[in-house]
Design a protein around this ligand. Structure first.
Ligand SMILES: O=c1[nH]cnc2c1ncn2[C@@H]1O[C@H](COP(=O)(O)OP(=O)(O)O)[C@@H](O)[C@H]1O
Ligand SMILES: [Ca+2]
Length: 429
């Protein structure tokens, strides 16, 4: 299929959706995600823009998408994406919400340069926060969000009513699944062979796939299933977001520091770290001191046992996924690329056991392994344990590990979310 057709297909699908998505106990899945009551815009010009902020736990990213609609009969095509990011994420400013909002303002200034002035008022701007803000107290999260809302309101862009908020974890998984499967052409025509998606963020992780067997539907807890209609088909997806199981939250859990009131000077140890290491780490606005087991054991075996405590028995294991292949991104990609398991630009295809092999290589040679991060052994061991003992994948489960998809767009939930936003604002025909 010609690549230029793919965006049209996405838009087609999104336009044909009334996007009726329903949890077993929740009708209109997206009702609270985007405002239904914004007046439609009569977009006469054939180019339009959408600005989507991904406020992740480790960083804030702006995606400025450009769409072209050549005629009312043709659906919009995705023409391009401008992307920028800042670190740390908003949650690091839990006690300085104004400073947090300033980081958003800096990114938004890019959009002022990127979007032609006559389209500012027709360009919606939305920020959806994920696990970093989910982990903060309601009060701190709301303070950050309301500062960001002020920044949006002072900007020349269109600010929908619910333009700033925390995204539900299941939306994150489904929007990423839709993006990947549209861009790979799997949701159009016959013989659909959709691919499941695995996203490993800093604070949460998502698994999403389309079950093929009745058994899976029967065995799955109701709140792991979400239905939506597209191309006159109904898809019932398995999706779940595990809060606290992102890579960085898992580091804290392994160190025994997750959700702890950290006492000044307290040191956390792990066999997954270089023996002589003593260092400090800031995450979510908290400072942690950590280090290796000076006297005790280090290496893959003790590390795996430590990490196992974090995942074992904590995740639902659908039988069906053992034999399927999945599309994995975010930290799966980062750690595979860091250790040359895949090509940095192209990504690659791996088996679960490749992560284990690399984890052993790194952990059993920790003092000699030249790595940018002292957490490399822990991270690879956690990924191995999460895939095998957490989700229950086989050693030979195949993973397509990429950063960008075939359209050269960064793999993320943001493109799917932007399409839906434009649809809900009546900006597409
Ligand atoms: O623009 C992006 N789109 C998708 N993922 C990104 C983007 N920028 C960074 N990432 C990846 O997201 C991961 C960090 O997760 P994130 O900060 O989103 O945490 P969260 O999803 O738990 O809130 C890293 O692997 C990083 O490479
Ligand atoms: Ca994320």
């Amino acid at each position: 299929m010609a690549s230029s057709r793919l965006p049209i297909l996405i838009a087609l699908a999104f336009s044909s959706l009334p996007f009726v998505l329903s949890h077993s106990n929740r009708v209109m899945w997206f009702q609270d995600f985007f405002p239904p009551n914004v007046c439609p815009i009569n977009a006469k010009a054939n180019t339009f823009y959408g600005i989507m902020f991904d406020a992740g736990s480790t960083g804030t990213r702006i995606h400025i998408y450009t769409f072209v609609q050549k005629s009312p009969e043709n659906l919009p095509e995705l023409e391009g994406e401008i992307f920028e990011s800042v670190k740390p994420g908003l949650s690091a400013y839990a006690d300085q919400p104004e400073k947090g909002a300033e980081t958003v303002k800096k990114l938004l200034d890019m959009a002022i340069d990127a979007v032609p002035p006559h389209l500012w008022k027709k360009t919606p701007v939305v920020l959806k926060a994920t696990a970093g803000l989910r982990l903060l107290s309601e009060e701190k999260a709301q303070a950050l969000l309301s500062e960001v809302k002020e920044v949006f309101e002072e900007s020349p862009f269109l600010v929908p009513e619910d333009s700033v908020g925390i995204m539900d974890g299941s939306h994150e998984g489904i929007l990423a699944w839709i993006t990947v499967n549209f861009l790979t052409g799997q949701l159009s025509g016959q013989n659909q062979q959709t691919v499941g998606t695995l996203d490993l963020g800093g604070a949460s992780t998502q698994i999403t796939f389309l079950p093929r067997f009745e058994e899976t539907l029967k065995e799955t807890p109701g709140d792991f299933l979400t239905s939506f209609e597209m191309f006159n088909s109904t898809y019932k997806l398995y999706t779940h977001s595990y809060l606290g199981f992102g890579l960085k939250a898992a580091r804290l859990a392994t160190l025994g520091a997750l959700n702890m009131e950290v006492v000044d000077g307290q040191m956390f140890h792990s066999s997954c770290l270089p023996r002589q290491l003593e260092a400090e780490w800031h995450f979510g606005g908290v400072k942690y001191r950590y280090g290796g087991n000076k006297e005790g054991e280090t290496g893959f075996k003790p590390c795996y046992l430590e990490v196992l405590k974090v995942v074992k028995g904590k995740l639902h294991q659908p039988d069906e996924i053992r034999g399927s292949s999945f599309y994995a991104f975010s930290y799966y990609y980062d750690r595979a690329a860091d250790t040359n398991l895949i090509d940095y630009e192209q990504g690659g295809v791996l088996e679960v056991r490749d992560f284990e092999r690399k984890a052993k290589e790194v952990c059993d040679n920790m003092e000699r392994y030249n790595s940018a991060s002292p957490f490399l052994c822990m991270d690879l061991t956690y990924i191995t344990a999460l895939l095998k003992e957490g989700f229950g994948f086989r050693d030979n489960t195949v993973l397509q590990v990429s950063k960008k998809n075939c359209q050269e767009q960064l793999t993320s939930w943001t493109l799917g979310a932007t399409f839906y936003l434009l649809q809900s604002l009546g900006m597409t025909y």
